[in-house]
Design a protein around this ligand. Sequence first.
Ligand SMILES: Nc1ncnc2c1ncn2[C@@H]1O[C@H](COP(=O)(O)OP(=O)(O)OP(=O)(O)O)[C@@H](O)[C@H]1O
Length: 649
Amino acid sequence: MTKHTHSFQAEVAQLLHLVTHSLYSNKDIFLRELISNASDACDKLRFEALANPALYEDQPQLEIRISYDRDARTLTITDNGIGMSEQEAIEHLGTIAKSGTREFFSRLTGDQKQDAQLIGQFGVGFYSGFIVADRITVESRRAGLSSDAGVRWSSEGTGAFEVEPITREARGTSVILHLREDALEYASAWKIKEIVRKYADHISLPILLEKETWQEGKDGEPGRMVKTGEWETINQATALWTRPKKDITDEQYIAFYQQITHDFEPPLAWTHNRVEGSTEYIQLLYIPKHAPHDLWLRERKSGLKLYVKRVFIMDDAEALLPAYLRFIKGVVDSNDLPLNVSRELLQESRDVKAIREGNTRRVLALLEDLAAHDRLPEGEAAAALSDEDKAKAGKYTTFWSEFGAVLKEGLGEDLANRDRIAKLLRFASTQSDTPSVSLADYKARMKEGQEAIYYLTAESLAAAKNSPQLELFRKKGIEVLLMTDRVDEWAMNFLTEFEGTPLQSVARGEADLAKLQDEAEKKAVEEASTAFKPVLERLKTALGERVEDVRVSARLVDSPACLVVPEGGMSPQLARMLKAAGQKVPEVKPILEVNPAHPLVQKLENAEGSRFDDLAQILLDQAVLADGALPEDPAAYVRRVNALLAAAD
Ligand SMILES: Nc1ncnc2c1ncn2[C@@H]1O[C@H](COP(=O)(O)OP(=O)(O)OP(=O)(O)O)[C@@H](O)[C@H]1O
């Protein structure tokens, strides 16, 4: 029989190094990960056996067995699931096929605590065995293959692993951990039971442990524990989501979440329901505490685990959730779908549509509940709150900072729930640097006579706060929402009003600015426009194709000029975003608004020839800069400003 040595894929070697160095304080999780793999292997067998029952051979009862040998210092986890062929063992245990692998490695910092957190999100799975073992041997035989097609895989978790063919009667996989000196505590019944109770109680398969009894010593030998050859089931062995809510503790909900997501942190919140009626299903949906490292990757897998009548069908069933809820984790168990349902079929199924809508409603309701309890009320109202509600304080703020930008996509994607999503939005504003202002908060603070909810989009909060567009609003004490997520420009296109009040970008059009001005201000602008007409005409000629129009501004107080998007035109931020995404964008020329009260603008009146042209170009380029973009010809801009500075006394 030939033994072959293979090298690990570079990323695996790197991960193994991290696992043994960073996860040390979290040792117990290795058993959860290996039990989870064993359970997945049984799920896969059950699924393949739907089409080919012969795969069960003479062992239809799927189970996981754990045994240990204190003398040999081994701990073995055996399942009778799908098993692996030699080729599968080489591929699955020697490479990482996950999406976002490269991105994950690029984000490691070298700081153990931070990295451990990241690894937790990435999921180390099988390799976590090396936290407690200095050698792992895997023996396996794939269901459906003959007993001489078994494989033994073995590695010390450094650069390489060995593979050799073996004969193995039993279908499935044994993972044999050769325990490190400082991990011998895991070769004990109470320790194993403790971990299983904590992390794997809810697994739907029985987990069996070999029984021991105390044997008195004979002939001067000390007494010791000996194996009895009998096995006892040490978990509840019913799928968690099928149990009534009242029988499930928070710890069990959390452990289940951690098992399906590999997250080290508990979830932020969850909702568990049995839905009855024309489409029957169970949903158990979790909101994680942190955004995954690959939330923005296009090829990222997302979605829920789908079961049909307790039989596992697939991971990442994305048809069960709209894309803007792709951060939700959990399980859906349907009573109506056929067992042989495929991904393609899911897209078209009416039952799936009903489930997706049901899931969406539940998640939005969960978010509404968190949002309602985000701030603790003061005084007596706080005392009247239940402990459960008190514990919700601050959770929505966490949710929003992690996933708010994703939820905003829902404005464009989910017409039916747009109003509910709008209520869940939070923004920074001229009155709050943190994104904590809801549209309802804003409305409640609107000034007498104010008819719109004003907002400004910008590249960063600093750029937004210093934008010249805000000057009039500041002067009038009118709050403006400040939006700095990339998705805002796009998303706000879909939100034109909130509970009857229009939303209005402060960088757009001029129409209703007039409503914010008093008579004297209006008159001043009109007069300035007339008096300034010749200068405006000359500016238009000097700037030519670069602008749509030049006019006197009603919104500027301290700055000389700013750009305004023509009514109905695409904003420059959105145009830049679409261009960056490779899309064709219609050219929209901005309107330049000038402030006749500003000394720089006043200088124009007496400037002639090339000096006028230079000042005009500088005025426009500075307005472009204040808008967060680069001047069309940055070098020319610098040259003109330098010439101006040199000429100044
Ligand atoms: N007990 C097992 N039986 C059959 N195949 C297994 C078993 N354990 C692991 N494997 C195979 O090895 C692969 C890698 O396992 P690993 O735990 O590293 O990652 P994973 O389970 O795919 O991902 P994650 O841990 O993030 O869920 C699995 O996808 C599976 O194909």
